[in-house]
Design a protein around this ligand. Structure first.
Ligand code: ADE
Ligand code: ZN
Length: 340
């Protein structure tokens, strides 16, 4: 298939997005609009000055700006508006299912009520389904730079809202905050019937991926790009079909790989890992999911078989119900059939 046709294929195919921090979809324009609406002072004079600060050297250099950006979110409507803006972009990229991470502690630590956060996001998820035909679910992430007690307090605050989110995750500063720190809170959350994922092996070592699997008992690994350093771990990921939610543009922006052409996504697929492509924090890293597909397919020797595998992997790796997965499989079959 020609490179041009391959680009159209990855653009148009239905896909699930499984690794998107909704606070990372806050575009500078919306940050400034919300700052004005809420009377919040920002350290940057305008949109251009803020964008100019998006030159990151590692994960922490990004997180410092990302948490500052989230400070403009105060009201339920702010959370709705942020998620709705994301869903409009997702629709344009042919996303038919999205599982959104949100970081409640980023907001509750500033005095915003947990209910304010989740009610705005949940209302947007309902509207995404009814108005855009996108299945949307929420995954509550604990911030790993905070302590276990804070994670437990967050799980308590979340209890009255159990019907509004499907799982828990673990994000923020990875190195120095191994998964073991959150063993008990993950165990309690799983007892509540919540699904579990965790960021591991973004900057941290393969050992963090092992403990995310064995201690936290997660069903997917977010990033996991360091896994290829450990052949035994790769064998396990392949044998158990543990999905990795890979975010290529993020990895380059945060200097995990020095260029997209050096990314290990193609190697992962060739080894049989259930890898997917996602945007992570699209407002900060240079693009939404289709931009990730377009640039990654331009930079690596990925072919039409890889495109089909990535689309299928995205739904297989999702937390959709069996009936929903069946419907997504039929939609993919029909799409690829029509494209020949
Ligand atoms: N929070 C938002 N984006 C993140 C990332 N790429 N890694 C860890 N925590 C995050
Ligand atoms: Zn992430």
């Amino acid at each position: 298939m020609s490179p041009d046709r391959l680009q159209l294929l990855v653009r148009d195919m239905p896909k699930a997005e499984l690794h998107i921090h909704i606070e990372g979809s806050l575009e500078p324009e919306l940050i400034f609009a919300l700052a004005q609406r809420n009377g919040v002072a920002l350290a940057y004079s305008d949109v251009e000055a803020l964008r100019a600060a998006y030159a990151f050297t590692n994960l922490q250099s990004f997180l410092d700006i990302y948490y500052a950006g989230a400070s403009v979110l105060l009201k339920e409507q702010d959370f709705f508006d942020m998620a709705w803006a994301y869903f409009m972009r997702a629709k344009a990229d042919n996303v038919t299912r999205a599982e959104l991470f949100f970081d409640p502690q980023t907001h509750t630590e500033r005095g915003v009520a947990f209910a304010t956060v989740i009610d705005g996001l949940h209302r947007a998820c309902i509207a995404a389904q009814s108005e855009l035909g996108i299945e949307a679910e929420l995954i509550l992430c604990f911030l790993r730079h905070l302590d276990e007690a804070s994670a437990f307090a967050t799980l308590e605050e979340a209890r009255p809202h159990l019907g509004k989110f499907i799982g828990i995750g673990l994000d923020s500063s990875e190195v120095g905050h191994p998964p073991e720190k959150f063993a008990k809170v993950f165990a309690d959350a799983r007892k509540l019937g919540l699904r579990a994922v965790a960021h591991a092996g973004e900057e941290g070592p393969p050992a963090y991926i092992w403990s995310a699997l064995d201690v936290l008992k997660v069903e997917r690994i977010d990033h996991g790009v360091q896994s290829l350093k450990d052949p035994k771990l790769v064998a396990r990921l392949v044998a158990e079909r543990v999905p990795l939610t890979v975010c290529p543009l993020s990895n380059v922006k945060l200097c995990v790989f020095d260029k997209l052409g050096a990314h290990n996504l193609k190697t992962m697929l060739d080894r049989g890992i259930v890898a997917t492509i996602n945007s992570d924090d699209p407002a900060y890293f240079g693009g939404y999911i289709n931009q990730n597909f377009a640039e990654t397919f331009a930079a690596l020797p990925l072919d039409a078989n890889d495109a089909v595998a990535l689309a299928r992997n995205s739904f297989e790796a999702s937390f959709a119900t069996p009936a929903q997965k069946h419907a997504h499989r039929l939609a993919l079959d029909a799409f690829f059939e029509a494209r020949g």
